[in-house]
Design a protein around this ligand. Structure first.
Ligand code: PMP
Length: 285
């Protein structure tokens, strides 16, 4: 059966779910989105995702034409219509249809759509054996330019870094910030373990404040693993005992090689512990 897409208040079959070529989301990347997961019939961190969406909207002066509760219901409706119990959900708000020319003033009504589908970010064996990543020469957007806290439809910054990963034959790339500190990957946040401590770059490094990142920090605290948000350099990555990435699509994925340097000796114990705790949390709530 054709997937049902929620588009501007209605469920429509996938092939009828169309957006105008005059939509500024397409013409200028003017819009925002969320990637959300449903596990075992429950949407993981629904409120946190909606909160981040409305904050992104506020930051780019976009008024979402629905209340948060309405969008929460729309999410559930979309999942139910497609009979999903485990899904990846893409919730998108575009600036809407306007004229040619960047002014958002000409766009009357933002468009909202919700796709529920499935996703597999990385091959299965990488979760067992770990993945290789590189550091990209493309730096993350300067936070005073387009704040990485805004989950905007303009992913060119990340896509340019992703090209570097593709060229190097690896699935992900770490971006540094404008000061040379470790920031995040193209679609994931990054953690290292050093001497029993869990470390991840702070928000003001200029990262998307990942919801999986927050969940993992919470799980570490519950497990009495000392966890800190700390500025990291490439040296810290290279000399880490363990490294892993987090994201809604990626979940918790171990990293065992960075710029061709081995990290630790295979997938580390804290990475395994946190990954297992994460899987328990998303299934059991
Ligand atoms: N950083 C970037 C740039 C991302 O696009 C994402 C989401 N794919 C993340 C981090 C992880 O965020 P979350 O855990 O909320 O999915």
């Amino acid at each position: 059966m054709d997937l049902q897409i929620w588009l501007d208040g209605k469920l429509v079959p996938k092939k009828e779910a169309c957006i105008s070529v005059y939509d500024h989301g397409l013409l200028y990347g003017d819009g925002i989105f969320e990637g959300i997961r449903q596990y075992n019939g429950r949407v993981f961190e629904k409120e946190a995702h909606l909160q981040r969406l409305y904050e992104s909207a506020q930051a780019i002066r976009l008024t979402i034409p629905y209340a948060k509760e309405q969008l929460a219901r729309a999410l559930d409706e979309t999942l139910a219509a497609n009979h999903f119990r485990d899904a990846y959900i893409r919730l998108v708000v575009t600036r809407g249809v306007g004229y040619l020319g960047i002014s958002p003033k000409n766009c009357e009504t933002p468009s909202v759509f919700i796709i529920a589908d499935t996703i597999q970010m990385y091959p299965h064996e990488m979760y067992d054996k770990g993945m290789s990543i590189i550091t990209a020469s493309t730096i993350r957007n300067h936070p005073n330019s387009l704040s990485p806290k805004v989950k905007s439809l303009n992913y060119l910054n990340n896509i340019l870094a992703k090209w570097e990963a593709i060229d190097a034959g690896v699935p992900e790339a770490v971006m540094l910030n404008h000061l040379g500190y470790v920031c995040e990957c193209t679609g994931d946040n990054i953690f290292i373990v050093k001497n029993g401590q869990l470390l991840t770059p702070p928000e003001d490094a200029g990262i998307l404040v990942g919801i999986t990142r927050q969940a993992v920090l919470g799980l570490a605290r519950e497990a009495n693993i000392p966890a800190f948000e700390r500025s990291l350099t490439r040296f810290d990555l290279y000399s880490a005992d363990e490294c892993f990435l987090t994201g809604t699509g990626a979940e918790v994925v171990p990293v065992t090689r960075i710029d061709n340097r081995p990290i630790g000796s295979g997938v580390g114990p804290l990475t395994r512990q946190l990954s297992e705790a994460f899987h328990r949390r998303v299934r059991e709530g």
